[in-house]
Every structure is written in C-alpha cells, then in structure tokens.
Write a protein that binds this ligand. Sequence first.
Ligand SMILES: Nc1ccn([C@@H]2O[C@H](COP(=O)(O)OP(=O)(O)O)[C@@H](O)[C@H]2O)c(=O)n1
Ligand SMILES: [Ca+2]
Length: 443
Amino acid sequence: MTAHPCLTASSGSGRMASSRLPILLALVFSSFSFVLPHSNRVMWFQDLFPPNVCPINAKANTFYGIMFDAGSTGTRIHIYTFVQKSPESLPELEGEIFESVKPGLSAYADQPEKGAETVKRLLDMAIDAVPPHLWKKTPVVLKATAGLRLLSEEKAQALLLEVKEVFEESPFLVPENSVSIMDGSYEGILAWITVNFLTGQLSGQNKHTVGTLDLGGASTQITFLPRFEETLKESPGDFLTSFEMFNSTYKLYTHSYLGFGLKAARLATLGALNMEAVDGQMFRSSCLPKQLEAEWHFGGVKYRYGGNKEGETGFRPCYLEVLKVVKGKLHQPDEIRGSSFYAFSYYYDRAVDTNLIDYEQGGVLEVRDFERKAKEVCDNMERYNSASPFLCMDLTYITALLKEGFGFRDNTLLQLTKKVNNIETSWTLGATFHLLQSLGITY
Ligand SMILES: Nc1ccn([C@@H]2O[C@H](COP(=O)(O)OP(=O)(O)O)[C@@H](O)[C@H]2O)c(=O)n1
Ligand SMILES: [Ca+2]
C-alpha cells in the first residue's frame, strides 16, 4: 500500500433475499443529485490523491463517503469527496481515493480476524484522508459480493462480524447494516448507475444510457435499459428492476450469474466447481499447457490442475470444454445483439494482458477480437508460457460467455473502461449515492 502523499507534501497545498418478482428499489435520488466531476481537474497526486482531497485543503462544504468493495479476489476502499459550492447548488463529485488489497475476504474464511485486519489497514487511509472534524459525519460501509455469497452462512457471518467491529472501533459514522453481502441485482444496477452517471447519461435531455458488463472472479453481471417492449415481456420477472433516480424512473434489465465469474468458470471448466471435497484430485483441461501441473488457491480451497498430457490442447477442444459451462445457462435478450456495452473488470484486465487495449486508455473492441486472441494464445501456448497458465482458458471463456452465453454478435462493440474522469467504473459510486441519500447527508 502507498503512504498518504498528503502527509509528505511540504506546502500542504499540495445478503438480501432474491425475489421472483420485479424488485422496486427504494432508490429515490430526486432530492439528491450530483454534478459530474470536471474532466479538466488538476492531475491527481501520484494517481491516487487529488490535492484538493488533502485534509488541509478541506473546505467547509466538503463531505465524504467511504465504500468498501469486498470482492472475491480483493478488498478495495473508495473514499469519495463531494463539494457543495452553495446551499442552492447540487453537490459535486470532486474525486476519489482508491486502494486495494489481495486476496479478498473469502480467502480468510477460517481466520476472520485476519480478514478484518486487511479492512482495518485500508480504513487507516481514510483516517488520513478525511479531516478529523468530519470523521463523525463520514459514513463507512462494506458490501461483499460473490466470494462471500459462495461461503457457508456461518463463515461469511463470522467475517462480517469482525469487520463490523473494526468499523465500530473507528471514528467514522457506522450506519445500521453497514457490513453486508450485497444482492447480485444491486451489483449490476449500481454499476450501471456509476457508468451512466460518469458518462453524463443521467442528466440533461439527451439521455442515451449504456449497458454494462462486469466480469468478477466469482460472478458476472449484465445490466441495460431495455428500449423494446418485447424485452420487458420476454424477460424473467426477477431480471427487471424499477427505481427512481434524478427525477426519472428507470426499469432496468439486470442479472448476476453466480459461479460465472472468471475464476469460478476456471473451476467449472476443470469440473471442480462446487465439489464437496477436492482432496488431492488432479483436474485437467485442454485449455492449459500440456506439461503443466500446478496448484491454485481460490475461496480458501486448494486445487491441483494441469494440462492434457497425452490428449488434445488448443482453441478448438478448449472452446468445446468451456461451451459446456455456458451453453443454455444464460438468458439471451434479443435486443442486446446489436447494442454496444461498457465492459470492465476481467474483460478489461484480459484485454490489457494480451495487448488488445492499453492499460491507461482502455479502448473499443469487437467481440470477435477476444475470439481472435483466444485462438492466437491457445494455439501457441508455448509462446505465452510466461503469462498466466490460464490465459487461454480465460480468453476462451470470455469469448464463449459473450457469444454463446449472452448471445452477442461477433461485431458487437465493447467499450472497455477502467476509469471515467479518474473515477473507477465500479458499483461502489452508485452505492455511495444511495448511502448518502438514505442518510440525508448533504449540506
Ligand atoms: N474497483 C475495481 C474492482 C474490481 N476490479 C476487477 O474486478 C475483477 C475481480 O472481481 P472481484 O474480485 O470484484 O470479484 P466478484 O466478487 O465481483 O466476483 C478483477 O479483474 C479486478 O481487477 C476492478 O477492475 N476495479
Ligand atoms: Ca466485483
């Protein structure tokens, strides 16, 4: 973790139940709107700390919100700063401080105290970033996603309890239900809110919202605003959610597929997902280098895996293996075939790993670009042996998920984006809007 640069700057300037019915979210943001961060703000200090987030520069009308993302592969803190320039004006999102640690909380399933310690280390950053006189007014919340959803209730609750203690020992405002497992449908909706807010689609007249695709370690989400009546009629009831925000009502299509995140998909491909006991068993796949034999830890379990020593390897057999994991398992709304989507998390990471996009810039890809890369990597595994042994499997899974899972066309456009105006494209911002609104925090 990086030390807080504000301290070294010399001048000082420097789990809810899921329902089969449409969910009516109580997200009424109409009285609490936000203005977009300026794209031309001062460059962020060491990419992390905008100078205006340093406590010393805190203005009387600045307020903060702290949101933890307890993901299956890592825990992240997002400290958002908002500024209200005048009592009449809407609060503006000023900036974000972001830091992350690996592994995620679920890796501490048998050591909940150690897991909570990782949260404490991140929370210490907020102590430095938020001025002391605002600590008591700054809410802190942690929402866990698929990693904890997959743990037993008992283990997940033990972790959450330890985290709650860390929060209660901190000087921050700890709202009721501050530590929880988030329902998958909220994950998709909140990420959709974040992306559409950051891209300016939730304000003004010419609203042209964009759909979002999130590929986590253990689950994956698809969310969009249907344009056709057919989509509303043909979708399962629990895939549709209505909510009101910024004086508009939105009825979104959203679903979170548990067990379809990239890492869970690796286990599913290997035939090791949801196995009661894996004790020493070797799982083999044509998506892995022939001679490979290794171990992999995920969700607190150790797996042995390797290549098809004698059998086939390469894209074709790998695609057939991966296809079994996705085919017929996902709902395919017709209207998405030709629409473009914002895609992030592992879509982004694997596109960066294979030079399809630049890490800083992101970029626009077609679905077929992932297939082309998957073929290139899988049919030349010896050339890619310095990268992750799972690169072929991951790219092939992404290809199959997009094409056979969701039903996208080869030429569907994907806008790969990590940050917009220096703010992470994560569900955490949407969750923070909801949090601040529910607490009535504005000036
Ligand atoms: N703020 C964040 C959080 C996760 N991620 C990415 O999300 C993927 C991991 O997902 P995750 O650990 O949140 O897993 P889930 O719990 O969402 O299944 C990795 O590709 C991370 O790099 C990100 O890019 N930015
Ligand atoms: Ca995630």
